[in-house]
Design a protein around this ligand. Sequence first.
Ligand SMILES: NC(=O)c1ccc[n+]([C@@H]2O[C@H](COP(=O)([O-])OP(=O)(O)OC[C@H]3O[C@@H](n4cnc5c(N)ncnc54)[C@H](OP(=O)(O)O)[C@@H]3O)[C@@H](O)[C@H]2O)c1
Length: 312
Amino acid sequence: MSAKRALVAGAGGFLGRSIVRAFHGNGWEVRALVHRPERIPLVEEVGGVATLGSLLDVPRLREACRGCEVLVHVASSDPSGPEGPEGARRTRVEGARALRAAAEAEGVRRLVIGSGYWVYADNPGTITETSPLDPRGESAVNRETELAALEGAGPGAPEVLVVRPGMVYGAGSWLAGIVEALREGTYRYIDQGRNPWSFVSLPDAGEGFARVAERGRAGEIYNLVDGVPMAWRDFGDRLSERMGLSPPGSLDRSQAEALYGPEVAHHLSARRACSAAKIRSLGWAPVHADVVHGLAQLGDWLRSGDPERGSR
Ligand SMILES: NC(=O)c1ccc[n+]([C@@H]2O[C@H](COP(=O)([O-])OP(=O)(O)OC[C@H]3O[C@@H](n4cnc5c(N)ncnc54)[C@H](OP(=O)(O)O)[C@@H]3O)[C@@H](O)[C@H]2O)c1
C-alpha cells in the first residue's frame, strides 16, 4: 500500500485550501493540484506540496495521482467565466471521470467527491442522505459529478465517497458576496427568508473531508453540516448586526426570480435543514458548533471586508 498521501484537485480554491490544511494537520502528505501558478503560495501556506496542472490533462493527472491513497475532487470553474457553463460542467463531471480513471490506473484506493447540499429538494422536515433530490442549475452539475464518480463501482474499482457540504462560511466565496451586498444596501431576502439553511464553517469543512477520507464507508454519501440549521433571515440579520448595519428587506418570489434567475431564487428560498448525524458517526464534530459562534470568529474580516484578514 502507498504512503498516507492524498491529492486534492481544486486545492487552490476556497474549499480546497481548507481541505489541504486539514489533511496536512492530520498527518497526510498532500499534493495540491493547482491550475494557475499564482495559487502555489496559497497552497504551500496551508501545508500542501503544489503540483501544477489541470485535472483534465490525463497524463499529468496520472503522474500527480501516482503513489496516492486518496484523491479529493473539489475543482470547479465559474460558469460565467470564459469557458462558460459547458466548461464548468466539464471541470466537475469530466474531472470526476478523469480522477476515477486515474485512480483505477494508478491503484489509488479512494476517491472523495465534493458535491453540495443544494442537490436536495425543498423539504419541510430534516434532510438526511436518503432524502429526495431536486438538483437544479449548478447543483444539477454537482449531482452529475457524484454519479460520474459512482458509476462503475465494484470489486477492484476505487472506492468512491461523496461529501455534500452545506453553506461553507469563511472569509470569501458566497459570504463575501452577501457581505458586499449588505454593505451596498442591495441585499434582500425572498418572501421574508423564513426558510432554514444549513451551514458549516470553513475549517470544519476541511476536517470533515479528512474524516470521510479516513473513516467513511465506500459508496456512501455524507452531509457536511454543523447540524444546527438557521432561518436565512436570522442568519442575515445577525450578520448585518455584526457589521453594524440595519437588517435587509425582502422581495417577493417573482421579483426575486427576475433579479437572481429562477434557479438561484429557488435554491435561496428552499427549506434545507440537514442532519449531521451520519458524518458525526465517523467521529467528526465541528469546532464552530453553529453559525452564530462561527461568525464571531470572522469579526475582523466582516468589519474590514478584506478576504486576506479572515480565517481560512
Ligand atoms: N463554497 C461553498 O460554500 C460550497 C458549498 C458546498 C459545495 N461547494 C462545491 O465545492 C466545489 C468547490 O467550491 P469552491 O467554493 O471551493 O470553488 P473555488 O474557490 O472556485 O475553487 C475551485 C478551484 O478549482 C480549480 N480548478 C478549476 N478548473 C480546474 C482544472 N481543470 N484542474 C484543476 N483545478 C481546477 C480552480 O482553480 P483556478 O481558479 O486556478 O482555475 C479553483 O482553485 C464546487 O463544486 C461547489 O459547488 C462549495
